[in-house]
Ligand binder design. Structure first.
Ligand SMILES: Cc1cc2nc3c(=O)[nH]c(=O)nc-3n(C[C@H](O)[C@H](O)[C@H](O)COP(=O)(O)O)c2cc1C
Length: 202
């Protein structure tokens, strides 16, 4: 779907729209066009959010990678419901994906981890993500220790690091238009593998 096309006739397949919008965002020259806000719910029912990068998207869901012992990882452990919100100011567009996360397989996480720069691989071991760290020196020390441990060999994926796949239960597209009369089209997945599609008031 191109920028000037509206949703008078919403396409049947929201995944195709997602891919098209993401592709278009990638042409803008942004540093992180696939960054999104991931919202989770902690065991007390409180929401929190943070930015993550989308690494894969297909019928099975939207994939991001992280430390599973992080704050978000712990939240997802007890409450797998989450959302990913993308926003591109330059396109006046927003995509909201809501669903349930499942862990990406070890094989898939290994394959992605192997593509990361060595420095990021070392960092994944050295950083106890979301835990307090005394100071920068303590973090540097942890990095040095991991570098030593893997000296001269490939850095394997830490067992606590991997992907999550958010199922595509609900997808909402928002296209900014004149006079705040924006397009908002909601797709809700049915149990029969189809989509309920409706327009929402802006
Ligand atoms: C542009 C951008 C991209 C990021 N991508 C990721 C990511 O893909 N995975 C990740 O774990 N953290 C990523 N982060 C860091 C997270 O926003 C967050 O600080 C970290 O994951 C800890 O979150 P938590 O304490 O809520 O678990 C990114 C931050 C920014 C600003």
């Amino acid at each position: 779907m191109n920028a000037d096309m509206d949703f008078d006739y919403p396409p049947a397949d929201p995944l195709a729209v997602c891919k098209s919008w993401l592709d278009e965002a990638e042409t803008l020259g942004l540093i992180n066009p696939l960054a999104c806000s991931l919202a989770t719910i902690d065991p007390e029912g409180r929401p929190s959010s943070r930015t993550v990068l989308l690494k894969a998207l297909d019928e099975q869901g939207a994939v991001f990678y992280t430390n599973r012992l992080s704050r978000k990882g712990k939240a997802l452990q007890t409450n797998p419901w989450a959302s990913m919100l993308f926003y591109w100011d330059m396109l006046a567009r927003q995509i909201l994906i809501e669903g349930r996360v499942s862990e990406v397989s070890d094989e898939e996480s290994d394959a992605y981890f192997a593509t990361r720069p060595r420095g990021s691989q070392i960092g994944a071991w050295a950083s106890r993500q979301s835990e307090p760290v005394a100071d920068r020196a303590a973090l540097n020390k942890a990095v040095a220790e991991i570098e030593q441990r893997f000296e001269g060999r490939e850095v394997t994926r830490p067992p606590h690091w991997g992907g999550y796949r958010l199922s595509l239960d609900r997808i909402e597209f928002w296209q900014g238009l004149l006079d705040r009369l924006h397009d908002r089209i909601e797709y809700v997945a049915t149990d029969h593998g189809t989509w309920d599609i409706q327009r929402l008031n802006p």
